[in-house]
Ligand binder design. Structure first.
Ligand code: FAD
Length: 407
């Protein structure tokens, strides 16, 4: 039975997260949107300290589904707290130092020894970032088309290739003692089974940030192109088994996405809720009442629009909570993770656009954050699998087709 009643411990954490979102993120939201690629170090330091002392911030994201002290429903807790912080600012959330998507990949594919070795650093020292690099100039949605190679040479792997659009890549490579998990093929003839994740640590010769992207939204988050040029890593940095197993090879990528898609869905919901809350207050100030319980025929257009926004957000939230809860229960959530991601990515773009529309010219003004939320929203419909790709996965799962039959 699904039970989403929050433990008292989670409720009190949520209040703390809300305070962080409201008092630490919102006040610098506009500033670091304008100052793209600059680092809010004071915010980073505070979040880093708070994460280790009080478990505030997206630290839970860094350690995926590992059982540890704290709430029983760890993944559910992560998506709930992610929503809260992204209500504050999704760009700053993504910029907050933690092991990020790289950590999720370590959790999904690494051995217990590798998890301990690579993630321990995120509990100590100075702020650090982890990143994950799959996307290449000719490989995005079709992540099986990776062309970056890893060639065994004695006790090392030699990585060659170019990765693009890597979230937190610059901060992981150049600004902290972080790491990048790079996906490369060890055997092109084996297709997707030959693709393996490698941890490349900060300071490894041959790994270099080539450029930073200038973006529409989430501008506080850095997005980097990274070149791997004869980049050597110890053999033990290949996460999991080096064996090329036609049955198992690509499962690590999928397991990573199953863990991270509900988190991205929660990010979307946080942004959507920020816009919805703003519109609610605005309507109240304009003395526009939203009357619940009436027939739709008797409602004004604004009331109907507002209720539709609420309903869609709630539907996305329930799908997201379910996908995370299934992970907590040890159940396979591939279908549900894609459902949540596709729905949340879609509704956040609709809700934030509607918010801009309902506010009139004010919605378009940089005086308010509503236009920023509209810009921040779209990425949730793109990364960790676009909406179209997640819909494709949903269709495959429901119809019982494989990637060869339905693509
Ligand atoms: C800000 C930002 C941050 C990112 N962070 C990361 C990161 O940290 N790590 C990482 O590895 N990548 C990252 N990405 C890359 C992101 O995951 C890809 O952009 C995304 O997967 C889409 O791939 P693509 O850009 O190659 O688009 P394409 O695959 O070329 O797709 C273009 C369009 O075609 C559609 N499409 C493609 N195939 C199909 C199909 N079979 N059926 C229907 N429609 C289809 C897509 O939905 C999309 O609308 C990031 C991207 C951005 C913009």
């Amino acid at each position: 039975m699904i039970d989403f009643e929050l433990e008292p411990q989670v409720v009190s954490r949520l209040q703390m997260y809300h305070a962080v979102a409201e008092n630490m993120m919102r006040p610098i939201s506009r500033e670091y949107d304008e100052r793209e690629h600059e680092d809010p170090w004071q915010f980073f330091e505070t979040m880093w300290q708070a994460q280790s002392l009080n478990d505030v911030g997206p630290a839970a994201r860094s350690t995926g589904g590992e059982p540890q002290a704290g709430p029983k429903l760890r993944n559910l807790n992560t998506v709930i707290t992610t929503e809260e912080l992204c209500w504050g600012d999704v760009g700053l959330f993504l910029a907050t130092p933690n092991s990020g998507l790289g950590g999720a990949a370590v959790m999904a594919a690494g051995t217990p020894e590798q998890k301990a070795r690579f993630l321990k650093r995120f509990a100590e020292g100075k702020p650090k970032w982890g990143a994950m690099a799959i996307t290449e100039p000719a490989c995005g949605s079709d992540s099986a088309a990776v062309t970056t190679t890893a060639t065994r040479d004695g006790d090392e792997w030699v990585i060659n290739g170019t990765k693009i659009f890597c979230t937190a890549g610059h901060r992981a490579v150049d600004k902290s003692e972080g790491f990048v998990v790079v996906w490369a093929t060890v055997d092109k003839s084996a297709g997707r089974a030959g693709i393996k994740p490698f941890v490349v640590e900060h300071g490894t010769p041959g790994m270099q940030v080539a450029r930073l992207e200038q973006k529409l939204g989430i501008r506080a988050s850095d997005t980097a192109a990274i070149i791997f040029d004869n980049c050597r890593v110890p053999a033990g940095n290949l996460l999991g088994s080096a064996e090329v197993n036609p049955e198992g090879g690509f499962k690590d990528v999928m397991a990573t996405f199953d863990a991270t898609r509900p988190i991205v869905a929660a990010m979307a919901i946080g942004v959507g809720r920020a816009a919805l809350d703003f519109v609610r207050t605005f309507l109240k100030e304009q003395n526009v009442e939203v009357r619940y319980g009436l027939s739709p025929r008797r409602l004004s257009v604004v009331e109907r629009d507002f209720m539709e926004m609420e309903v869609q957000l709630q539907a996305a939230r329930l799908l997201t909570w379910r996908a995370a809860w299934m992970m907590d229960m040890g159940q396979r959530n591939n279908l549900e993770a894609s459902m949540a991601k596709a729905k949340a990515g879609l509704v956040v773009t609709q809700i934030t656009q509607k918010a801009v529309e309902l506010l009139g010219p004010l919605g378009y003004s940089r005086k308010l954050l509503v236009e920023k939320w509209m810009r921040d929203a779209k990425i949730n419909d793109i990364f960790e699998g676009t909406q179209q790709i997640n819909m494709l996965i949903v269709a495959r799962r429901i119809l019982g087709y494989g990637s060869k039959e339905l693509n």
